[in-house]
Ligand binder design. Structure first.
Ligand SMILES: Cc1ncc(COP(=O)(O)O)c(C=O)c1O
Length: 384
């Protein structure tokens, strides 16, 4: 709520928005000293900004990290976290179930730069063990994985990765801040799309990378300053406001998600439900060891495939059809035709993303209203 605040001489209660691309020096010598890092003070918007710094400091406190770098989007966070530490000849191992754009970065983009990558079933520790090798520099995983909510044992995979000297990068978007703390479980770096729960009200794109001071200051910051995918001060200000209600919103969303997952699981129109908070989830026990709640996202499968899924989506009257998640408004997604369209049918098969799969991001509407909307749309999905 308050950590990291840099209150100005005006004594404002809400954090100040420093919408400035540059900063002036009192003298030429001061400019030289700040640029060399020998004097405190801001230099240029791409290198740092007081509003962005407030967000970074607060996020680091929340995550229990030594340092944080905010980024323009979640994908900028993922890409910078990897590219700032990888070199040609390095090897990356990643858990297969992940957001479509992350999959493209690992599977297509990294190999273009001579970095080999290998995708494994993240739930299978023996598969991680087989894939890790001395040249593995980085392990990347999302848990729960978007969109099938598969759970990776973060502590066990971190121990295996550290055995070969690799760093573990966790995309904690679906784990959610405070609900799952990857650094405390042994991971080295955490990335967020702050577009999701941290803004949480569908306004701005943003991202963050958190880790040790050595990694963030020594490797990531120089990469970010030169390549430039930084967060705007305006977006940082919106995210700071989002952080003030983050815990309240997440708690409510997860409680409603548990109720809706239980409801959907019992509905005859649905073939399978994937929600780590349900006892029927194959990794429920592990999920509850490493997460304090079951997440705000539910996935479920229609045996009737794409037609049933589309009938369901088109019948929703309160819940919107959209790609985003973590919003105050509940949003439903058909991953195969949207977020995971680009990876192709074969990759989707490997990830377990069928044409009947729907992802539901649970928002802050009354749980009874959401349940009523699901009930009528599930009924419509099986009508024909
Ligand atoms: C798990 C996960 N990681 C990363 C991203 C990318 O975030 P952004 O859209 O802010 O770039 C998303 C969603 O878009 C996501 O769901």
């Amino acid at each position: 709520m308050r950590g990291g605040t840099q209150r100005s001489q005006h004594g404002e209660t809400s954090e100040a928005l420093y919408l400035s691309s540059g900063f002036v020096y009192a003298s030429a010598a001061q400019g030289e000293a700040r640029t060399a890092g020998d004097a405190e003070g801001y230099v240029y918007g791409r290198f740092g900004n007081p509003t962005v710094a407030m967000l970074e400091d607060r996020l680091a406190l929340i995550e229990g990290a030594e340092a944080c770098q905010a980024t323009a989007t979640g994908m900028a966070a993922v890409f910078a976290a990897l590219m700032s530490q990888l070199r040609a000849g390095d090897h990356v191992v990643a858990s297969r179930v992940m957001f479509g754009a992350c999959y493209v970065v690992i599977d297509e983009l990294l190999p273009r730069y001579g970095i080999t990558s290998e995708l494994v079933d993240g739930t299978d520790l023996a598969a991680w063990e087989r894939a890790l090798r001395p040249e593995t520099r980085c392990v990347f995983l999302e848990s729960p994985g978007n969109p099938t909510m598969a759970i990776v044992d973060i502590a066990a995979v971190s121990a295996l990765a550290h055995g070969v000297g690799a760093r573990v990068v966790v995309d904690n978007v679906l784990g959610m801040p405070m609900v799952q703390c990857p650094l405390a479980l042994g991971a080295d770096v955490v990335v967020y799309s702050t577009t999701k729960h941290i803004d949480g009200q569908g306004r701005c794109l943003g991202g963050a990378v958190l880790g040790s001071g050595d990694f963030v200051e020594g490797e990531l910051v120089p990469f970010m300053r030169t390549t430039g995918p930084i967060m705007s001060p305006f977006n940082a200000w919106v995210m700071l406001k989002g952080l003030e209600t983050l815990e309240l919103r997440q708690t409510r969303m997860c409680e409603t998600a548990t109720r809706l997952a239980t409801f959907v699981e019992a509905h005859p129109a649905v073939d399978a439900v994937y929600y780590p908070g349900l006892p029927g989830h194959p990794q429920h026990a592990l999920a509850m060891r490493q997460m304090s709640r079951g997440s705000s996202v539910i996935a479920f499968d229609f045996a009737g495939g794409r037609n049933a899924a589309f009938r369901f989506l088109d019948s929703l009257s309160l819940i919107d059809i959209s790609n985003n998640l973590g919003d105050a408004k509940s949003l439903a997604t058909h991953p195969a035709s949207t977020t995971h369209q680009k990876i192709g049918a074969d990759a989707r098969d490997e990830l377990g993303i069928g044409d009947g799969l729907v992802r539901l991001s649970v928002g802050l509407e009354a749980a009874s209203d959401l349940e009523a909307d699901l009930e009528q749309a599930l009924g419509a999905a099986t009508d024909r």
